[in-house]
Design a protein around this ligand. Sequence first.
Ligand code: SF4
Length: 192
Amino acid sequence: MKIEKRKKLKELYNQYEEDVAEFKKSAACVKGCADCCIDVGNIDITTLEGIIIHDRGATFEEPLKSEIKARLALNKMQRENVRLSRCAFLKADKTCMIYDIRPFSCRRLYSVKKCDGASPTIHRQALNLANQTVKKIQRLDSSGYSGHISYILFLLDKEEFRKLYLRGKFKPQKIADFGRSHGILINRSVSR
Ligand code: SF4
């Protein structure tokens, strides 16, 4: 995966933060409030974001590395059974162990009211900007896919898929069955 794409992804993250800075000033979010990370059912990522997380995971030492793998497998199973569960990367103190590279799904979330189990309350303009940014990320990752964090990391853990993706090859037929059953989106088809 070209360094250029990773750089561009960061620029998109930064641009979004700049665009919504005024809205976020009224956010009720505080460090350690992890409602979004526990109701992780909606944390969808692109393969571009996934490969960055995959690479970070490869640097984890044991036993953390195995623990994260097991937690991701549990997330995947819970998601397949339409259940929510805490994100594999959420630490016991409710902070994120991959905060600097967290995906856009996590960056776009904030709430002007304390959630207390409800959905976050976000400015409509920020929501629109976030949706536009998602499309831009999907366009940037045009030979990739989008889906739940546990599904995308599951695919990237497979050497054949990872190598194909890193070489910029686009062969959706290789994951057709998994893609259909797990709601995986083809970025180039949904990013317009
Ligand atoms: S990646 Fe980090 S910020 Fe995102 S849901 Fe997981 S713990 Fe929360």
